[in-house]
Design a protein around this ligand. Structure first.
Ligand code: HEC
Length: 151
């Protein structure tokens, strides 16, 4: 009789432990869902930057970012964009003209100033630096753009 009670107690203990485990696994799964649905600041900026791009840049640099050789330089796989951060921000913020070389092709065209706010410049930079195979996880901030002057 005593033995049976002990077994029963052990059995109950095992069941309740299992139940707790299930509960904590379910809680963990929920947490993972919440985390993966929360966008990182960079991901949010890229999302907003895509809208700016489709509004303001796509006509020249094209949806695939490849531009038109010798007329509109590419952003996809552009050595200029990936290596010259400040100059690229300046181009977007103030416009650009004169001779530049992008992926060994010379351009001497005009990109007019686009009238974007500093946060829009930061967002579109984050978008073009992380699209079409480009990758740069260092986020450009509005503050950084604000600090860059024309000359
Ligand atoms: C009217 C056409 C036009 C539009 C619109 C335009 N660009 Fe440009 N972009 C150019 C041209 C032309 C150049 C090269 C200027 C030169 O030859 O000095 C250039 C150069 C650049 C460069 C530096 C070179 C490179 O390819 O890496 C970047 C970065 C850039 N543009 C990004 C943008 C972004 C972002 C937008 C939208 C916010 C935009 N451009 C809108 C025509 C345009």
């Amino acid at each position: 009789m005593k033995k049976e009670i002990v077994f029963l107690a052990i059995g109950l203990l095992i069941i309740s432990c299992d139940h707790k485990k299930e509960k904590s696994v379910a809680m963990l799964e929920n947490k993972i869902k919440v985390i993966s649905h929360t966008q990182s600041p960079l991901a949010e900026s890229i999302k907003k930057g895509k809208e700016v791009y489709l509004d303001m840049c796509v006509t020249c640099h094209l949806p695939n970012g490849k531009g038109v050789p010798k007329v509109y330089p590419p952003l996809a796989n552009s050595d200029y964009l990936m290596e010259k951060e400040v100059e690229s921000i300046k181009a977007i913020k103030y416009g650009m003209q004169g001779e530049i070389v992008v992926n060994d092709i010379q351009y001497n065209q005009v990109m007019s100033p686009l009238g974007l706010e500093n946060d829009e410049v930061a967002d579109v930079m984050n978008y073009i630096r992380n699209s079409w195979g480009n990758k740069n996880i260092k986020m450009i901030t509005e503050k950084e753009v604000a600090a860059i002057s024309k000359n």
